[in-house]
Design a protein around this ligand. Sequence first.
Ligand SMILES: O=C(O)CCC(=O)C(=O)O
Ligand SMILES: [Fe+2]
Length: 284
Amino acid sequence: MQQAPIPTIEPSNPNVLRWDDIGLTLIHEFITKGEEAAMIEAFHARDPAKEGKRRISQHFGHHFDYTTFGASETHFTPVPPYITDFLPRLPIQSHLPDQFTVQYYPAGSGIPPHVDTHSMFAEALYSLSFGSAVAMQFRMSGPNDARKMRLPKRSAQNEKNHTESPAATINNNANAPGDDAIPTPDEGQQLRSWELVLPARSLLLMTGPARYGYTHAIRPRKTDVIDGQTVPREGRYSITMRSVRRRDEIGCDCAYPGVCDARIREEMALLAASRGEDDASLQE
Ligand SMILES: O=C(O)CCC(=O)C(=O)O
Ligand SMILES: [Fe+2]
């Protein structure tokens, strides 16, 4: 693990930290303590259990469709006011999210390294943290990630069982529940990788390389190192916010074809076509 890169602090607002070359922005105290308490209450009004060991997810807005990896045309849960209230404060107002996954991470749980599906969601990806801080790991994707994304897909997960992986990660085998892929020592040493502490009430925005080229993960463990101190983890909540691409917006031409689902689909189609030609020539 390498040292986290140094952010630039916005002169007009010291709560805003930027890593422009990576495409990350972290805004401290994005929500108030009152809003945070209301969110936690609303979450447990739907899912009372706090004792389990597994991450629990709730979906709002357009549900993820586990068969097309796009947005469902039929499944929609109205977005609660505790989310709609802060949307006018998001840093990018031109394109607001319409797909929301609220998750509870019991202490010790995490999320495997993954790249959120490129083709089905617009570039800006947000994560709002609340309840407690957690360290998120970023790692430049490499051949190992590209190889995993080309493995045959696991069976689609049951959307009703929302203790499973989050929506956008379904297309990435590195994300299968319980498959907390550890990079090979070779890859782990070579690739740029570090952890960024996401404090409670902070908003993380991922764009560019951070969105398309890096994997992000929360390692399942009991402690994090925060400001040089080893701190026990507590239950943490997050809201992942994405904007669903529709019709001719679907696709991706990013600079990271190895982990780009749009490119992988093209590759697979070419492969299938060339196999078809081979089959045809065998029959002649
Ligand atoms: O909990 C988080 O902050 C991130 C969750 C995530 O990466 C996802 O839902 O795709
Ligand atoms: Fe993600």
